[in-house]
Design a protein around this ligand. Structure first.
Ligand code: PEP
Ligand code: MG
Length: 324
C-alpha cells in the first residue's frame, strides 16, 4: 500500500469528476520543507513561525527570521508558502517575552493580540516576511483574528512596513497576499466583512472546536466533548466557506480536521478549496480526493448538516464514505 501511495506523488489532487483541490502541508520550520515535496505537497498551507521563537533565550532578529523564511520559500521553488505570524500564548510560552501568568491563557494575551500590542516585534517579523517574498510565492496569515478592526490595523501596519522597505530600496512582492485564520466563532459570524479585507481564509479547527464548544483542547477529562463533527462546527465551517465564495476569495483548512480521512468527503462537499495537513498524511488525503466525486460529496455534506449530534455526523461520515 505504501508503494501505491508513493505512485501518487506527482499526480494533481483532483476529484473523480474533475474538481482540482489544493493539497498542501503544515510545517514548523525549514527542516520540514523537504518532506512536503517528497510527499507530493503542492505548497505550504501553514508555516507555524512561532517555532523559530521557541527554545531560545531571546527574540530572533530580522535577519534570522529572513534566513528561515527564505530558505523554505526557495526550497519550494515557486510553490505557495503560507507563513503565519507569531502565535504565542495559550499553551506556547516564550519566557523572554515576560508575559503575565493568566487565569485563562487560551482566552488571553495570545497571537495577533500580542503582535498588535508589540509593534516593534510585529514589524520585525513583517519585514522578514516581506523580504522573503522576493524569492518566491509568500502569503502572510494572521492568527486569532476575532474583530474586523484587528485585520484593518494589521493591514495598515503591513502597508507602512512595505513603504519602509520601498524607501530603503529593499526587494519584496508588492502584491503579497494576506489571509486570516478563522479559529474563533466571532470570525465565522463576521466572515463576510473579513472576506472583503483579505485574499483567503484558513480554518483552524483545533481552536475553532475549542472555542465553539467551550472545551479546552488540552484537557483530557473532557476530550470526549472535543469533536470536530459537532453539528455546530460543521455549520460554522459552511458559513465561512459560503461567505468566502460570495466575496470572491477561497477557504482552506489547516487544523487537524483537514487530515481526518473520515471528514474529507464532507469538507469537499462543503466547498473547501484547500486542505493543509501534516506532510505524512499528504498521500492518503490525495488518494481519497482522487476517488471522491464532488457531486456525491455535496449530497453527503448537505445531509450531514441536517444531523443533530456529533455521533450521528461521525457515523454517517463513516458509512457514506465510498473510498477503498
Ligand atoms: C488551529 O487552531 O487549528 C491551528 C491550525 O493552529 P494551532 O494548532 O497552531 O493553534
Ligand atoms: Mg490555532
Amino acid at each position: 500500500e505504501k508503494e501505491q501511495l508513493a505512485l501518487l506523488k506527482d499526480r494533481k489532487a483532483v476529484t473523480k469528476d474533475g474538481t482540482p483541490i489544493e493539497l498542501v502541508a503544515n510545517i514548523k520550520g525549514p527542516q520540514d520543507a523537504e518532506e512536503v515535496l517528497e510527499q507530493g505537497g503542492e505548497g505550504i498551507g501553514l508555516f507555524r513561525s512561532e517555532f523559530l521563537f521557541m527554545d531560545r533565550s531571546s527574540l530572533p532578529s530580522e535577519e534570522e527570521q529572513y534566513d528561515a523564511y527564505s530558505e523554505v520559500v526557495k526550497n519550494l521553488g515557486g510553490k505557495p508558502v503560507i507563513i503565519r505570524t507569531l502565535d504565542i500564548g495559550g499553551d506556547k510560552h516564550l519566557p523572554y517575552l515576560d508575559l503575565p501568568e493568566e487565569m485563562n491563557p487560551f482566552l488571553g494575551w495570545r497571537a495577533i493580540r500580542i503582535s498588535l500590542s508589540r509593534p516593534a516585534l510585529f514589524q520585525t517579523q513583517l519585514r522578514a516576511l516581506l523580504r522573503a517574498s522576493a524569492h518566491g510565492k509568500v502569503r502572510i496569515m494572521f492568527p486569532m483574528i476575532s474583530n474586523l478592526e484587528q485585520i484593518q490595523e494589521v493591514k495598515r501596519i503591513l502597508e507602512e512596513t512595505k513603504k519602509q522597505l520601498a524607501d530603503e530600496s529593499i526587494a519584496f512582492d508588492p502584491d503579497i497576499e494576506t489571509g486570516v485564520m478563522i479559529e474563533i466563532p466571532s470570525a465565522c459570524l463576521i466572515a463576510d466583512e473579513l472576506a472583503k479585507e483579505v485574499d483567503f481564509f484558513s480554518i483552524g479547527t483545533n481552536d475553532l472546536v475549542q472555542y465553539t464548544l467551550a472545551v479546552d483542547r488540552m484537557n483530557e477529562h473532557i476530550s470526549d466533548l472535543y469533536d470536530h463533527f459537532h453539528p455546530a462546527v460543521l455549520r460554522l465551517i459552511k458559513m465561512v466557506i459560503d461567505a468566502s465564495h460570495r466575496n470572491g476569495i477561497w477557504t482552506g483548512m489547516c487544523g487537524e480536521m483537514a487530515g481526518d480521512l473520515h471528514a474529507t468527503e464532507i469538507l469537499l462537499g462543503l466547498g473547501l478549496d484547500e486542505f493543509s495537513v501534516s506532510p505524512t498524511l499528504l498521500p492518503k488525503i490525495k488518494h481519497q480526493l482522487l476517488q471522491l466525486s464532488m457531486e456525491k460529496a455535496q449530497q453527503v455534506a448537505q445531509h450531514a448538516l441536517s444531523l443533530g449530534t456529533p455521533a450521528e455526523v461521525q457515523e454517517y461520515a463513516i458509512a457514506s464514505h465510498s473510498v477503498s
